[in-house]
Design a protein around this ligand. Sequence first.
Ligand code: NAG
Ligand code: NAG
Ligand code: NAG
Ligand code: NAG
Ligand code: NAG
Length: 473
Amino acid sequence: MAPTMFLLLLALCAVSFNQKFAHSERVSQAQRVSGKQRGEACVCPFNSSAWVFPTLKYERVQGAVEGCEEAIENQENQVMLSSERLPQMQALLQNLSARLEPYLYLRKAGLHSALWLSTLGQELKKLEGDISLLHSQGESKETKTLSAEASQLRIDVEKMYHFDIINMKTIKEKLRYLKNRAESCRSFPKDFHGKYSHCTTKGLISNISSPVVTKISPFGKSLISGSWGKQAAQGSSRDRESYWVQPLVNANNWGNTLRLYPSYEKFMASAGHRDVTFAPTHTHKDANQGPNGVLYGDAFYYHCYHTADVCRYNLTSGTVARVTLPGDVGFNNKFPYCYYDCRPYSDVDLEADETGVWAIYATMGSHGNLVVSRLEWDGAALNVTHTWETHVFKKAVSNAFVACGVLYATRYTDESKEEVFYAFDTGTGVEDHALALPLEKVAKGAASVSYNPVDRQIYMYNDGYLLAYQAVF
Ligand SMILES: *[C@@H]1O[C@H](CO)[C@@H](O)[C@H](O)[C@H]1NC(C)=O
Ligand SMILES: *[C@@H]1O[C@H](CO)[C@@H](O)[C@H](O)[C@H]1NC(C)=O
Ligand SMILES: *[C@@H]1O[C@H](CO)[C@@H](O)[C@H](O)[C@H]1NC(C)=O
Ligand SMILES: *[C@@H]1O[C@H](CO)[C@@H](O)[C@H](O)[C@H]1NC(C)=O
Ligand SMILES: *[C@@H]1O[C@H](CO)[C@@H](O)[C@H](O)[C@H]1NC(C)=O
C-alpha cells in the first residue's frame, strides 16, 4: 500500500506541475496584452521564464519519492517494501515521466491550455478514485488526508476551468506543500524516536523558563554579535570542552576564533579556556560571517565568509570542510534576520537538535521565506540531505532554531522580551502561526538563539549577555 501512496503523491505533484505550466502560457500572454496592468494581485511583475516546466524540481520530487524506500524500511508502522515491489514502483515512475513528456512538447510548440485544464480535471478525478480505493483497503490518517487534498485540488481546478481564472499563488503553495510532504517521508536517523521520548510524547515546546544562566560575555559587552552554547552532540568525546563562545570580533560581523571551556563552572568563572583559531584572518574564506555557529561533536559548524557555504571545522585535525547550500541562497545581507532591527550578515544560521545539524536560510526561489536543510557529515564530506521551504519571510523574524525536527522562529516583542511565534514541523510539513512563548532578555538584540538537545536549553547571545532558558515540552 505504501508505495502506491507515494506514487499518488508523485502523481499529485506531476499534476500540479502540468497545471502550473499550463498557467504560465496564459499568464505570459496576459502580461503582453495588458502591459502595465497592476490592479489584481498576482499577475503583474512576473518573469515568465521562471515558470518554464520545472524539470529539475520534478526530478527532485521523483528522487525524493524513490528515496522513500529507505524510510519505509525504517519505520515500524509502515508496510515493508519488498524487493519485488520496487521494480514495479520504478516502472510506474517511468510511466509517469513518459506521460509528462507530451506536455513538455505542448509547451514548446506554444499550444495551450483549455484542453489542458480539462484533461487535468479528468486526471484528478481518476486520482481521487485511486486514493479512495486505497483508503478502503487500509484506512489511515495519511490516506484520509491525501484523499481530501486530491478532491480539493480537483474542485479548484474545475473552478478554474469554468471561470477561466488562474490562481498562481494557490498552485505554487500546493506545489511547495507537496514537495515538503515528499521530503518529510524520507528517512531520518533510525533511533531518533526511541532515544528522545520528549520529542514524540509531548510534541511542540509548550513553555520556556526564565533565564537559568545569565552572564556577561567573557569578551565584554562591546562585542554585541556572536553565538554561544554547550556541546550539542550527546555523548561526544568533546564533552570535556562543553561550553563555547564565538564572538564576531571584526565589526560585529566576522570572526575567526572560538573559545572553549572545559566545564560549566569554568565557563561561569571565565577561567581555564582554550581559544581555537579556525581561519587565519577575518576575511579568509574559512572565516565566519554573522552570528550562527554551533559546536556539534568534534566540529564547529558556521556560515563561511562571503559565500552560500556552510563550513565545518574539525577541532582535532584543524581542517575545514564545506558544502554549498542548494538554491539561489541569499547571503551578504540579502536575507538577514530583520524583525525590528536587522542583524547584519545573519543570512545563514546553523543549528543542532536531536536529529543532527541544520542550516536555516532563505533563497530567491523561496522568495525570501525561511528554508531549512538537514546536513550530514558522512566521515569525508558534508552533505545537504533534506530541504523544506516554509511560508514565513525570513526578514520578518528575529531568529530561529530547531528542536525535535521542528523549526521555531522568534520575533521582537519589546526591549525585555522576545517571543517564539511560529513553528514548522519537518516531519509533517504542518505549520503553527499561533505560538506565543515569551523569552525574557536583558538587552535588546538577540544575535543568536539556539536549542541544545542535550540539556534542552535555549541559548541566546543577547548583545553582550549570554542567557540560557529551559525549554518545556
Ligand atoms: C527572467 O529570468 C531569467 C532567469 O530566470 C533571466 O535570464 C531573464 O533576464 C529575466 N527576464 C526579465 C525580463 O527580467
Ligand atoms: C502506463 O500508462 C498508461 C497510460 O498512459 C497505462 O495504460 C498503463 O497501464 C500504465 N502502466 C502502468 C504499469 O501503470
Ligand atoms: C511558563 O513559564 C513561565 C516562566 O517560568 C511561568 O511563569 C509560567 O507559569 C509557565 N506557564 C505554564 C503554563 O507552565
Ligand atoms: C577530525 O579529524 C581527525 C584527524 O584527522 C579524524 O580522526 C576525526 O575522525 C575527525 N573527526 C570528525 C568528526 O570528522
Ligand atoms: C556527500 O557528498 C560527497 C561529495 O559531493 C559525495 O561523494 C558523497 O557520496 C556524499 N555522501 C552522501 C552520504 O550522500
